[in-house]
Design a protein around this ligand. Structure first.
Ligand SMILES: O=P(O)(O)OC[C@H]1O[C@](O)(CO)[C@@H](O)[C@@H]1O
Length: 354
């Protein structure tokens, strides 16, 4: 039987557990390159889901370990930006290793005399071949284009890369690093429960998902990455308008489009009074508001309480799960057959993938 999105979502807990177990051996090329070389500023190049994954992990580099990160959309970087001279590490992220814009950006970096590492699920891909060092996502290639396991594996690998850099430059003690790794292992082990709770929640609210004509996901900090990935996944599969917006940014324009057929998701890792104030304000103006949270303080009908506390960047690995599942199930409910390829000649005509 052919693998579906669901196969990969259900396979994610084991895949993530393996990545944590095989850390840091799986990141050896980076570990070797880091020896004695501090990283104060690095650049990440990624597009689509890989960009969203980087949004999830960025605060773990910057806020937790003080490693400054320039996250760049490759095409914009290639044509309109310059490399910060303080940059000492460049990482291109491409799950397929086929994104043409990411490849072009890598070439620009290399032409400037800087080496580029590539984080990819396919070490034989064009991006991996072009890179100066390859970091394997350690999952194997995902056969379904609407990536889910690959997204979560990218987030996790980036978190571990941040940890590796912090360890190698002594920003974090050995004991503290081991505790972070243990926390990630515990998190991977808890993901089957997250899947189970999410499935039940999706079944319970089937009528609400179907009634909406537009979906908006709102998050803050690392959870902007979850909101943007919710946008990407819902757009790719459900094929209705969807967007992912940063909490404060939503208050500067986007709220004005709200109407009675819009469904709003509010994503928090722990009680966020600002987010809840916006949710409560918007409730009467839209079809439904839903809260996805790790808190268990508010057992309400429209709240998915995952109830497994974890730190802010790590929580992205849990909070993305309901959106991945919803994208799959809602597509089916709406009669979209994800096995039928659409825009089949797109890459051939537009050459966005090599
Ligand atoms: O990580 P990659 O393989 O470069 O892909 C980036 C994006 O391209 C797509 O495959 C298609 O645009 C998205 O699904 C994905 O998010």
């Amino acid at each position: 039987m052919n693998a579906t999105m669901l196969t990969y979502i259900y396979g994610t807990p084991d895949a993530l557990a393996k990545i944590v177990r095989e850390y840091p051996e799986n990141l050896l090329p980076l570990k070797n390159a880091l020896a004695g070389k501090p990283v104060k500023r690095m650049m990440l190049l990624a597009t689509g889901s890989s960009y969203n994954a980087a949004l999830c992990a960025r605060s773990y580099f910057e806020e937790t370990f003080g490693i400054l990160v320039d996250l760049k959309e490759p095409d914009y970087f290639t044509y309109y930006e310059r490399i910060d001279p303080a940059t000492s590490l460049v990482l291109a992220i491409s799950q397929s290793g086929k994104s043409a814009s990411t490849l072009a950006a890598m070439q620009k970096v290399q032409a400037a005399g800087l080496p580029v590492f590539c984080l990819t699920a396919d070490p034989a891909s064009a991006a991996a071949q072009a890179a100066d060092g390859v970091l394997d996502l350690n999952t194997g290639i995902e056969q379904v284009g609407f990536v889910t396991r690959g997204f979560s594996a990218t987030v996790l690998n980036l978190l571990l890369i941040a940890l590796l850099i912090a360890e190698s430059q002594g920003t974090v003690s050995r004991a503290a690093a081991a505790a972070e790794r243990d926390a990630l292992h515990t998190l991977a082990a808890a993901l089957p429960t997250v899947i189970e709770k999410s499935e039940a929640f999706i079944r319970q609210h089937r009528a609400a998902w179907l009634a909406a004509s537009r979906y908006v996901a709102i998050g803050y900090g690392a959870l902007l990455g979850v909101a943007k990935e919710a946008e990407t996944k819902l757009t790719e599969t459900v094929r209705l308008p969807a967007s992912g917006v940063e909490l404060e940014a939503y208050m500067h324009g986007p709220y004005l489009e709200a109407n009675r057929s819009h469904l709003l998701f509010f994503i928090e890792h722990q009680k966020n009074t600002r987010l809840r104030a916006l949710r409560d304000y918007m409730r009467p103006y839209v079809s439904e508001v839903f809260t996805m949270t790790l808190e268990s303080d508010e057992p309400a009908e429209n709240t998915l309480s995952l109830g497994i506390p974890s730190n802010h960047p790590f929580s992205t690995l849990q909070l993305i799960v309901p959106f991945q599942l919803l994208s799959f199930h809602l597509a089916a409910l709406r009669g979209v057959d994800l096995n039928i390829r659409i825009f089949d000649d797109f890459d051939q005509v537009l050459k966005s993938k090599v």
